[in-house]
Structures are given as C-alpha cells and as structure tokens.
Design a protein around this ligand. Sequence first.
Ligand code: CU
Length: 487
Amino acid sequence: MLLSILTSLAFACQAPVAPTLVVEGGDGVTSINGVTVSSEFGPIIGEEKAVLTSPPNVPAPIDRNHPTKLIVDLEVLEFIAPIADGVDYTFWTFGGTVPGSFIRTRVGDVVEFNLHNNPSSKMPHNIDLHAVTGPGGGAAASFTAPGHTSQFSFQVTNPGLYVYHCATAPVGMHIANGMYGLILVEPAKGMSPVDKEYYIMQGDFYTEGAYGEAGLQPFSMKKALQEIPDYVLFNGSVGAMVGDKAITAEVGESVRLYVGNGGPNLVSSFHVIGEIFDNLYVEGGSLVNHNVQTTLVPAGGSAIAEFEVEVPGTFIIVDHSIFRTFNKGALGMLKVTGPEDLLVYSGKQDDRIYQPEGGAVQEIPAAEAAKTPTTRTLEERMTLGERSYKVNCLACHQANGEGIKGAFPPLAKSDYLMADTKRAIDVMHKGLSGKITVNGVEYNGVMPKVNMNDDEIASVLTYIRNSWGNDGGKVTLKEVLEAKAAH
Ligand code: CU
C-alpha cells in the first residue's frame, strides 16, 4: 500500500477535504459526511481522545465493551538527536519518538485521525496504517504539508497488532529516518490481563559514516539500496533499552511485549535470551503459538510475545541475526528482580578440573602451578599470550588491538591500558562495566570477567603490552597474584 511520487504530488495539489463524523449516542447509528451508517460491531457509543504513549510504554488496556469514536492526534516532528553516543542523526518521527506513539483501539472503533505536520518540518509526510481497510491505508488522505493538519476516519475492523508508517516518496527514506510505529486493535473481549506490557520496535539505519563514527551522520541512500545498515536498533538508538532504561518486571509477573519491525529492509529474528514465549501471536494476528524461542518479524510486521518471568536477572533482548546485536546496536534488556528459584535455574553449581585422559593424570596442585611459570621468559609469555589473546580477546578488541569504534575500546596505544598495570590485571580478574575514557573517547560497555588462570593473564597482558606500538614491559605472575590478593 505504498504511494507513488505522482500520487503524492497529486494530493499535495488537492484542497483538503475533512469528512464529518457524527456519533449519535448509544443507538449504534453514526453518520459520516451526512450518510447514516451502522456498525456490525454494535453501537458506536460516545467519543474519546486516544491516549498515546512513547516507547517502551503502551496505553492502559481498554475497558470499554463497545466501540467508540476515537480521536487520534499525532504530530510529525523532524529533529536531530543521538542515534548512539557521540553520533547524531536527523530523525523524522510520529509523535517525537522512534518508533512513533503507540495507538490503542478496540475492534469496531471509528478512528478520527488528525495528522499534524509541525510547521518546522522541511518535508511533507503522510501515514499508512496497516490497520486501515482502504486505499493506501490512509496514505493519500493524510498527505500533509509542513504546518498543515489532515483529517480522515476509518473503522478498525480486524483485531491485531499493526504497523503504521510514512508513505511519502521516497518512502524508504521516510521509513529509514524513523517514521513507523504500532497501532493495536484489541478484540471485542479485550486482551487477557498481564502484569507488564511493553512496546519494542526494530529498525535499520543507514549512515554515511560507519557504526560509531562521531558527529552528525547523514542518511546514506547507497547503503539503504544495498540493504547494508550501519545500525539495527530497538526503539531508535543504541542503548535505548539498556541499563537504567531497561524494561523491568518482578519474579512471578507475566510480561507482554508488543513487537514491531519498521524495517525498511531487514526482517528480525526476535529473541529474548533466557526466556521462552509461552504465547506468541504469530505476525501480530489471531493465531497463537506456544513455547516459541525466536519469532520472525517481517519488515512492516509485528508479533505479540507473552511469557512469565520465573527467575531474577538481566534478560537480553536481541535480533538473533546476532552480529546486529553485538555490532550494530540491536540489544535491549529486561531486568527482573525478586527471589531466586534454584529449581528453575541453579546458576553455576561447580567449577572442577576436567580430565579427558582419566584420573591417572595427576592434578597439579595450585601452589605448584603458581611456582612453575614465574620463570617464564618474555618470549615464552609473548607466545602464550598471543594464543590466549586470539581465543579470548580478539573477537572484541580485534586482530591488531584496534577495537571496534563505539563498542570496544582499542588496546593498541591505549592510554587507559598502559597507565596502570594493576588496574589492567583487575579488569581481567573482575571484568569491567560502566563508563571509561580511552584515548579521549568514552566507552560504556561491558567486558566479562575472563576465563583465564593467573599465568595466562600474565602472558596475555605481556603480549598486549608488547604489541601494536605499545611500549612494553613484562607482567609477571607475582604481579597478577598480588593484584588478586589485594581484591
Ligand atoms: Cu514522512
């Protein structure tokens, strides 16, 4: 239901026509433009102004048992905002957020839609709602120049979760700049009650600069045509649902996620690490599947996922096309608090020596193991360290210690690394999270505690400190053990 440039231009030249919708009390009779209509969904009673919410929030469930005239006022706003730390992008939005405001309706409602285009906008915009039965999903009727308002009406006839998006040419660019959102049409009996409901929408973004390249980044039509995004995001920016912006629940609560995918290009393999969807409304429709691990959300499509949270912890929300998560930003968090349930999930119960050759191989006592390697030469440490680096560190910090812009700090010529040996050892032992500054650039990520013994830590740090232009120095086992003792 996309609109061609020609159609857009044709409508731009037409005088706006506002249909008049009159609801006449509780007898089920409504007139539109003076023509009387009745509803198969029962009487359309009264009117109300729709409550719109910003992601990750959704409006409260509808408690009406009848359709109404629902007035929606949605404003298009264009502005520059961060897409990642230090990276700005020019977003075009429905309601000032990416994704746009969440709209909640009940089947049979007659929606009077007012699309306002803020006078500060540079572009005309319109809206194609997939919940609309009619040409263009409302696109032609809603084509709106800056400083204008378009009004049109439609009845929501099919329950489900629907995407809306801008359909003004060039359509792909309007969507790529953030012009999409979700409209829920509740069935007549309503949605079943749950404890928490959230709104998550994925989108892919195409910038002139690579992922993390600082400054204001213009939209790249070339990359969009190639369908190679720099960013794949939940709710419009890197980290939009991370840390203190994570969505939350308590152990024992039921959670419902209204999930959408604006595209413009990619389909999403939506997954919550460590959870299973008890109920999954396939493609946002009426078919309910159960016990689903990952669901495919098409561009311009949706899904509703429901599950109970049984144990506390941080549950990572991902597109399981997983490079998008760890390298392009598609990472959100659900933080669950409450008591442990060790039957459902034990956590790590033991860490013991594994002897594939059997018990005949003697276990080296820890004290002895600690004694042997103190004699290692720089050359030995370099060889062992390189091996450990390739296994444990290379994926994030890269082959030449250059790191990944905006995600993983460099180790090559790193002031943070070289300034303090003990701190570097501590990072290996304990991991690192929160803001750090490396060579003047701020990073705010998580490095897990590494799975290396003290000898390996001495070797890998020696290797790192003597590679890629770093100015050297051996890290001894003694230093590693002293740092550990000081914890
Ligand atoms: Cu637009």
